[in-house]
Design a protein around this ligand. Structure first.
Ligand code: TNX
Length: 537
């Protein structure tokens, strides 16, 4: 058994008058006199987010130096993926340390060593990290595990390692062993690129931020009333006209297929699966505005730049609706390497229940026809979810009977309770961005619940994972994204990754606080929650 990870932050600059400093000074003298290693400037092994499954501190730290080599032996596909991850880490470390840090296929026992193998029980995403005087060795059955081990290593280094200019070291990694694997397979973040469009570069920036915390799924909300954001060759006006504006009337935008492939490539290099969402039958004004024939009355409505929901619907009785869905789903499925295709299905207030059920039957069949697994917002459970479908829960109570029944019948759930992890909810009444229909969501409120016990009468085994959606009615820049996602997104990641035994607010707020300087080094804007003991505050 490892030690639960709850160490206090260490290594803060000594402040205050001599009287206050005296105990610390004495302590340092004693340490030096006793020959014990000076670990004050080292991040304690368990002080990372998400909390690792097991931590066994001990032994001397590893010190990254000018001679450090990153070893990733092997020629398999997995080994090549691991080398990509190693190059990414080296890309972070080289500017700040000033060291060469070559990535090599040559084996050896010293340096930073990434090895495929080890305990297969760790699964596709687990890893073990051993840190000692000679090396930091990460061993994992799959490249994904090595990637996550590297994210852990990154957090164990001082925050200044994230800076783009050379910084003073030392670059120590505390000694000991971390053995780690995720609690849930699905750990997601959603970005609404429809209400406001975000460029490929902005999406990549958010991807970089989510991978720090071992998030493995990026859900892109690609269509809504205010904008259609993905090129569809067989219905070109969806993007060129339907994507031509956004909330507030700005120019909007859309991803060409090459843009989208670039997002997919960037995501895959960071172990992220992308889940594309085309929301239907509601939330479809942008499509209805682009093609008159999709409307029951044959008249295209104007483009919409407000923030109301629930006023639009595809025309359920018309055949052309299903030609449209077939084309869109086929083209999107062709682009998508991942398993899932999200068909929305929320807030279809302008569709009768009967029509909704009939529509969802047909739409789910199309997704199946093109080889993808259906994901829908949890209203799908009020229709007839197909076998294998996943429902994304966004309510606030966890008691809806149709959700409970669907879970019992085998529908897996992704949990995004709005009063917990809707990242667009304001933190408090003074938050300048965001909405508040599900209440204010401070950091503790966001973190302090158990996804395994959240849905009434439903065992943890029915839960595929968690996802933090970021709706963008009020958000239009990367700073906006970051201010709402940080510090809550790392909490989503911890809920998805850490074992229930590690769930502890006091430990979490301390570990989260230690992330603040890292975000500052990375230029990530974040909400300085008074619930978190940020260093130097
Ligand atoms: C509900 S959640 C919505 C979105 C809004 C969001 C704002 C869901 C499936 N629908 O259309 O953007 O609330 O918080």
């Amino acid at each position: 058994m490892g030690v639960p990870p709850s160490p206090p932050p260490q290594g803060r600059p000594v402040e205050g008058n001599l009287v206050r400093r005296l105990p610390k000074l004495l302590c340092s003298l004693l340490l030096v006199a006793s020959g014990a290693p000076d670990t004050r400037s080292v991040t304690p092994l368990g002080q990372i987010v998400p909390a690792p499954a097991s931590v066994r501190p001990g032994g001397e730290p590893y010190v990254i130096s000018a001679r450090t080599v990153i070893r990733v032996p092997g020629q398999s596909r997995e080994a090549r993926k691991a080398r990509t991850a190693a190059e990414q880490l080296a890309g972070v470390l080289r500017p700040s340390t000033g060291y060469r840090l070559p990535v090599t296929t040559r084996g050896g026992r010293d340096g930073i060593v990434l090895k495929l193998g080890g305990d297969r029980g760790l699964g596709a995403e687990g890893y073990r990290l051993d840190s000692s005087r000679a090396s930091v060795t990460i061993i994992a059955p799959k490249a994904a595990g090595l990637f996550y081990g590297l994210q852990t290593l990154r957090q164990l280094l001082p925050a200044s390692v994230e800076k783009a200019e050379r910084q003073p070291g030392p670059w120590k990694v505390a000694g000991g062993t971390i053995t780690d694997e995720p609690r849930f397979a699905y750990r997601g973040a959603m970005l609404d690129v429809s209400r406001h469009f975000f460029t490929v570069e902005q999406v990549k920036r958010y991807i970089d931020q989510m991978t720090l915390y071992k998030i493995n799924t990026l859900h892109l909300h690609l269509s809504d009333d205010q904008g259609w954001r993905i090129a569809v060759d067989s219905w070109p006006r969806l993007a060129t006209y339907g994507g031509s504006t956004q909330v507030g009337g700005g120019p909007g935008g859309y991803y060409t297929k090459d843009d989208y492939r670039e997002i997919l490539r960037y995501a895959a290099d960071r172990q992220l699966e992308v889940v594309p969402e085309i929301d239907m039958p509601g939330h479809t004004n942008a499509a209805l505005a682009s093609y008159a024939e999709l409307n029951c009355n044959g008249v295209a409505p104007p483009l919409y730049t407000g923030t109301d929901v629930g006023f639009s619907s595809l025309c359920v009785p018309k055949d052309v609706t299903y030609d449209f869905i077939d084309d869109v789903v086929r083209e999107l499925a062709e682009l998508t390497p991942g398993r899932y295709l999200h068909i929305g299905g929320d807030e279809a207030h302008s569709t009768s229940h009967e029509d909704y059920v009939a529509f969802m039957d047909k739409a789910q069949a199309v997704v199946g026809k093109y080889g993808k697994t259906v994901v829908g917002w949890h209203q799908l459970t009020g229709a007839k979810p197909v076998k294998g479908a996943v429902a994304q829960y966004w309510g606030t109570a966890g008691t809806e009977q149709e959700v409970v029944d669907a879970a019992k019948a085998g529908t897996k759930l992704v949990l995004s309770p709005a009063n917990r992890i809707y990242l667009d909810m304001k933190y408090n009444e003074n938050t300048p961005l965001g909405l508040s229909w599900a209440g204010y969501v401070e950091v503790r409120q966001s973190y302090d619940w158990d996804p395994g016990a959240y849905i009434k009468d439903t065992p943890s085994s029915a839960i595929l994972g968690v996802e933090g959606p970021l709706w963008s009615e009020t958000l239009s820049t990367s700073d906006h994204i970051e201010f709402m996602a940080f510090p809550r997104l790392p909490g989503v990641a911890e809920l998805g990754w850490a074992p229930p035994s590690a769930h502890d607010w006091e430990s979490y707020r301390t570990r989260l606080a230690a992330q603040g300087p890292r975000w500052e080094a990375l230029g990530i804007d974040y909400y300085r929650s008074p619930q978190v003991p940020w260093p130097g505050k």
